[in-house]
Write a protein that binds this ligand. Structure first.
Ligand code: MG
Ligand code: ZN
Length: 218
């Protein structure tokens, strides 16, 4: 397993060089299935219009449904179907790169396969791993799946509009996330009401500026 991960990391480092050369801020977006990765990208596409140019590589075991959803926003989207694999790895991303117009992208989001476990083990060439936890999943998840929370720079707690229908405690979830990763940044979010979207896009702009020293090239 160590060998597999080392080989993966070498390919990820090459991907990263390609992204840096094209001035792409690259995020590896992870969550369990149904937490809201694709809707977050739909809302992000709307919010970033005229500011930063978004592109997406989306991984799913089967179907091109997410690609079809995202293309309605005029984004460059490449769909990867992993067949049986429950995560993306650096090699899959390398194989997608010839199909992505990196010169016309500022922020590239790699939407990983919905899974709280192994996506966190495989670098793909990203600047940051980020994750979504939705309030319908339970506030104990950071303790049960610590690696993903430990690896993520930013945690978006999505579906806060549903809080009153659940026994999810925001305070508990945040305390648990900080137990496994004291420095993790956390934002409350609802992709339905739009709560948190402007904080999130401001985070993206800050990261882009930090990496490239400019707001955008657009
Ligand atoms: Mg999706
Ligand atoms: Zn996997």
């Amino acid at each position: 397993m160590t060998d597999i991960l080392e080989a993966n990391d070498r390919i990820a480092a090459v991907n990263r060089q390609v992204f840096d050369r094209h001035r792409n801020l690259v995020l590896n977006l992870m969550s369990s299935p149904g937490a809201g990765k694709t809707i977050l990208l739909e809302k992000t596409a709307e919010a970033l219009k005229g500011k930063l140019r978004l592109g997406v590589i989306v991984g799913d075991i089967e179907t091109a449904r997410d690609k079809e959803r995202l293309e309605k926003y005029g984004l460059p989207v490449v769909q990867l179907n992993t067949g049986s694999a429950c995560h993306l790895d650096a090699n899959m991303i390398a194989s997608a790169l010839p199909h992505v117009d990196l010169t016309n992208i500022d922020v590239l989001v790699i939407e990983n396969v919905g899974n709280l476990v192994c996506p966190a083990e495989f670098k793909v060439g990203e600047d940051f791993k980020i994750m979504i936890l939705s309030v319908t999943e339970g506030d104990e998840k950071p303790l049960k799946y610590p690696l993903m929370f430990r690896e993520s720079s930013l945690l978006l707690i999505n579906k806060v509009d549903l809080l009153r229908y659940t026994n999810f405690s925001l305070e508990e979830a945040k305390a648990n996330a900080r137990k496994v990763h004291p420095d993790i940044e956390i934002m409350d979010m609802s992709c339905i009401t739009g709560e948190g979207i402007s904080e999130w896009t401001a985070w993206l702009s800050r990261c882009y500026q930090k990496k490239f020293g400019a707001k955008s090239r657009a």
